[in-house]
Design a protein around this ligand. Structure first.
Ligand code: PLP
Length: 454
């Protein structure tokens, strides 16, 4: 039986949104078996949720000519690449390793987009050989690509630095874009300029709509130079909602340093926006339906009229509810008015601490049996390392039953960036394995380790 958090002694809770997939895993009893088998923390992955997110995003794009690339940086598991290959989606990669993974797990080179700055020559060479689309980040990179592409035509996008984020280190400003376009038209057949790209920091939708329209304008300018320019990529950044509006609002209004271990404090702006009124595919629909600044029609209409294909590179949004992370409580320490649960892993399996932030959705406690006292038990969650500041959760989470050594703690919805982007084998602790859970609808789900062939 999993117990949810409840308000305890004035400590705000942030329950995750309903998630039947994760609930089914928790109810199946599988997690206790897996915790016994692995003897340490592990992640479980739900490919069914990824498939559903992909379906929804594609449906949102149905109105325009669109294509979805999964931003692989958001999670290293092979199963997502397998699902993209099976479902005809592409992959956004930024290293030779990620490109190898994409190809090795069945995604065709032409369905790969290569992003990131200052790409290694080996990455450029491989990308050209496999007909991948390359988002060129700088004039220097364009030169390197032209040299690389001596015997093959390089497919490329030119990445634009968002004018609203002029301090960004990524992409090219207007003057650089113009120089790059001239250079591309001079080198002729060696490159195919397929369009333009951007990735905006933050999660606001209107700036994405506005900049997409600007890039559509760049396509027209490039076509006047005889270049193909029939697509734009708007990168990632589709928001994910982890909790409901009421809990999020109350949390932001109420939280203060007394709610955290060691009196730590966070400003509201330090946190990811854990609630968004429009998230995932609904956000994409809204982005397409919105009117870009200076235009009288929606972005969708503008793209159709201009004959411009829309490429998106969601990472987090494709992984919404597609995985969770399980730790075992090793010890419970008493402190004045709260407890510290020390679990069998580290905060490096939960990322957000390394951005001076905190992963806020409440973990679910799986008590070993029904004998735990019921009440309100605030507790922070610490790692089994010798570092004073290695806490998974500084916040005193209000648990409705007393956590005890041996209980499991399940952090929900961790597949998008939380579970493995900062993992490390610190203290020679093994990296938590990833378990893929299939057949959730059946009485007994089936599980396997990620990576069939390794
Ligand atoms: C170029 C590019 N595309 C896509 C993404 C994925 O973003 P998200 O996971 O927020 O969708 C990123 C994230 O940094 C990025 O830099």
């Amino acid at each position: 039986m999993a117990v949810s958090t409840a308000r305890a002694a004035g400590y705000p809770s942030l329950p995750a949104l309903p998630d039947p997939g994760t609930d089914a895993v928790l109810a199946s009893g599988l997690l206790q078996e897996l915790a016994y088998a692995f003897g340490g923390p592990f992640h479980f992955l739900l490919p069914g949720a990824f498939d559903a997110n992909l379906r929804d995003l594609r449906a949102a794009l149905a109105e325009v000519d669109g294509f979805v690339y999964f931003a692989k940086k958001a999670n290293k598991a092979a199963v997502w690449v397998e699902r993209c290959a099976a479902g005809g989606a592409g992959i956004d990669v930024s290293s030779v390793g990620e490109l190898r993974e994409a190809l090795g797990h069945g995604v065709r080179g032409e369905d790969v987009v290569v992003t990131g700055p200052a790409k290694h020559p080996d990455l450029l060479r491989l990308a050209v050989r496999h007909d991948a689309l390359i988002a060129v980040d700088s004039p220097g990179e364009l030169d390197a690509l032209v040299t690389t592409a001596e015997h093959r035509r390089a497919r490329l996008l030119l990445r634009h630095t968002p004018p609203s984020q002029p301090g960004s280190r990524l992409g090219m400003d207007e003057a650089e874009l113009r120089t790059a376009l001239r250079r591309c038209s001079e080198v002729g057949e060696r490159v195919s300029v397929e369009g333009f790209s951007f990735h905006l920091s933050g999660y606001a939708l209107q700036p994405r709509t506005d900049l997409a329209a600007v890039l559509a304008g760049w396509c027209l300018e490039a076509r006047a130079l005889g270049l193909t320019a029939d697509r734009i990529s708007i990168g990632g950044g589709l928001p994910v909602s982890y909790t409901d509006a009421a809990h999020w609002r109350a949390f932001l209004a109420e939280q203060h340093s007394g709610h955290y271990h060691a009196g730590r404090s966070f400003a509201p702006g330090d946190f990811y926006p854990y609630h968004s009124p429009l998230a995932g595919a609904r956000a994409l629909r809204a982005l397409l339906a919105a009117r870009p600044a200076g235009h009288t029609v929606s972005l969708a209409d503008l793209l159709k009229r201009s004959g411009v294909r829309l490429l998106v590179e969601p990472g987090r949004a494709l992984l919404d509810r597609a995985g969770a992370t399980v730790f075992r409580v090793q010890e419970v320490k008493e402190r004045a008015g709260y407890r510290i649960l020390t679990v069998d892993g580290t905060s490096l399996s939960l990322s957000e601490q390394w951005f001076n932030s905190e992963y806020l959705p409440d973990p679910r406690l799986l008590p070993q049996d029904a004998s735990a006292p019921v009440g309100g038990y605030p507790a922070a969650v610490a790692a089994a390392t010798c570092l004073e500041s290695d806490l998974l959760t500084w916040r005193k989470i209000p648990f409705p039953v007393l956590p005890r050594a041996g209980d499991l703690l399940v952090y929900p919805n961790t597949a998008g960036y939380q579970m493995d982007s900062n993992e490390s084998a610190f203290h020679d602790l093994p990296l938590p394995p990833k378990v893929v859970i299939d057949h959730l609808g059946r009485p007994r789900p089936r599980w396997r380790l990620d990576r069939h062939f390794l």
